[in-house]
Design a protein. Structure first.
Length: 555
């Protein structure tokens, strides 16, 4: 019996070492695969169609206010110029899709394709020189083919992202604050005189205030938004709305504490104001971020971006019936090409039902994607359920009252970790609360280590472990740690069932992936804590045992 217990103890300790190594490699591979995700269309993008011709405006100016929340944009006291433009032009509530980072959002805006297809980096580039060049057709590339002159002034990522898109003039900065935005505006002013026909101006200080100056609830946020509004007024004052069209949008919002990247609703709702030549004023309800690129194509008379998944907002535009018919024919051809290439790339298919071309083809694309996802999930679901139930059944069969105390310690660990994470620090369970890969690991490690040790106090005290022998101490630690690992494995198994081991041909469901990633890091740390605790408890028990065995001197 003693030999069997010794055998299981050794297996438990060796298992913890294996778990540490396995969790480390799984975590790093998961993070790397997400950052390096490539669209199924990355190497075989759809070819662009013919230009639509007959532009309905002479010039389009896009003002992209980074991170501007919808609620801030409608605050008249903070952004009076934007409120005036909204009343004079076409306005809507714009919706985006996760991940709510700038790089995928900018790509969605300019290509008309969602992050799963547009081949952007799902997370922002790790440094200034690592932005991914567009592989999918975009509105600047389309403008170049149509013979239009283009210019971009904004953050430095745009330089690399649009390096193959024929930009005629550019100003790029690595700054993000008010001073940088002033440089961006000043660089763009001559382009209005020089008659550039597609201009993008990116203003970054609202995002900077959210990340570095207290978040959207801090006065610095409103101050930044107010300064941006003044800059928009400067642009408006130089435009001629009888021949120019102005689009003011955001790329994402921020959560109240500051940050974005996750699927929180507040990060996926943005302002949309379109005014000037060719625009029918009014409030137009809800639109999608991918509707922007095809709408700009209609305004400028270029081709519809070849990977676009959006619908041109024809009800906002002054068009004659012949133009509408021609545009609809072009959209139908573009959507058919996109559907054919995408379904071939993922090895799955579906049927395009009759109806509006964009909604019908996008519904079929989604069905094809879900069909492959469902097929891949079958074996993962079976394995995940088996691995989730088996340990619980083994614990039930054992019927050991000592397990209750160890399980109580494991539950206390879960409670303490999440109490600090969600209650004390007010973080959300998504990428919006992550301040970087290094931060995520160090924060999780420190919190898990403290919570793990405090959770261990319950079985240590209740079972009177310290006065016991070294083997009993080690066995108790091993059991407690493995029970904690089991509880942490449940969100990992859920993420595995839904998303797989790593990110491959499609983007994951981001809530479950984040829970899985957070739990994986905890598993790695709690296993290391267990190995350290085993050594400490064995030494303590051995030392106490030695003291008890010493003869008491009567001298």
């Amino acid at each position: 019996m003693k030999n069997n217990r010794k055998y299981w103890l050794i297996l438990g300790i060796v298992g913890l070492v294996i778990v540490v190594i396995g969790a480390y490699f799984w975590t790093t591979n998961l993070m790397d695969s997400a950052q390096s995700y490539r669209s199924p269309l990355a190497n075989n993008p759809p070819l662009p169609g013919h230009p639509l011709g007959n532009p309905i405006t002479h010039r389009v100016v896009i003002v992209l206010v980074d991170a501007l929340r919808f609620d801030t944009s409608t605050n008249t006291s903070i952004m009076p110029t934007l409120s005036l433009l909204r009343s004079q032009g076409a306005s809507a509530t714009m919706h985006s899709q996760p991940p709510s980072f700038s790089a995928p959002a900018w790509t969605s805006i300019l290509t008309g394709a969602w992050p799963d297809i547009n081949d952007s980096q799902p997370f922002n580039p790790p440094d200034e020189n690592s932005a991914r060049t567009f592989t999918q057709d975009n509105i600047f590339e389309d403008a170049q083919r149509a013979g239009l002159t283009t210019a971009v002034s904004g953050y430095i990522w745009f330089e690399k992202m649009l390096s193959n898109s024929g930009i005629d003039e550019g100003f790029y900065t690595s700054g993000e604050d008010n001073a940088a935005d002033n440089e961006v505006i000043n660089a763009a002013m001559p382009w209005f005189v020089d008659d550039y026909q597609l201009i993008l101006i990116h203003l970054d200080q609202v995002d900077f205030a959210g990340h570095e100056q207290g978040g959207p609830q801090d006065p610095n946020w409103n101050a930044a938004a107010s300064r941006v509004d003044t800059m928009i007024h400067k642009i408006v004052s130089i435009l001629d709305f009888s021949q120019d069209t102005l689009l003011v949008i955001s790329d994402h919002g921020q959560i109240d504490r500051g940050g974005h990247g996750g699927p929180e609703a507040i990060t996926l709702i943005e302002p949309f104001i379109l005014t000037g030549a060719g625009i029918i004023p009014g409030k137009y309800g809800d639109i999608n971020m991918v509707d922007i690129a095809p709408t700009l194509a209609v305004l400028l008379g270029t081709n519809i971006p070849a990977s676009s998944q959006g619908s041109p907002l024809l009800n906002m535009l002054s068009l004659v019936p012949e133009q509408v018919s021609s545009i609809n024919n072009a959209i139908e051809l573009q959507q058919a090409r996109l559907f054919s290439l995408y379904t071939a790339a993922i090895g799955s298919s579906a049927r395009i039902e009759a109806g509006e071309p964009v909604s019908a083809s996008q519904s079929a694309i989604n069905q094809a994607r879900l069909a492959r996802v469902a097929k891949e999930r079958i074996w993962r679901n079976v394995l995940a359920v088996f691995l989730a139930i088996l340990p619980a059944y083994a614990i039930y069969l054992r019927k050991d009252r000592k397990i209750i105390w160890m399980l109580a310690g494991s539950l206390l660990y879960i409670l303490l970790f999440n109490f600090r994470y969600a209650v004390i620090d007010g973080r959300t369970y998504s990428l919006a609360s992550v301040e970087g890969a290094t931060w995520l690991i160090t924060y999780t490690a420190s919190t898990a280590a403290i919570a793990g040790i405090l959770g261990w106090l319950i079985p240590m005290i209740a079972l009177k472990v310290i006065p016991g022998n070294p083997r009993k101490s080690a066995e108790t630690v091993v059991t407690y740690i493995w029970l904690t690992i089991y509880l942490l494995s449940l969100p990992i198994l859920l993420s595995f069932a839904i998303n797989g081991l790593t990110v491959t041909w499609t983007l994951p469901e981001f809530y479950s992936m984040y829970f899985g990633l957070l739990s994986l890091i905890q598993v790695m740390i709690i296993s290391l804590v267990g190995l350290v605790l085993i050594g400490i408890m064995v030494l303590i028990s051995w030392f106490i045992g030695r003291l008890k065995s010493r003869p008491i001197s009567m001298d």
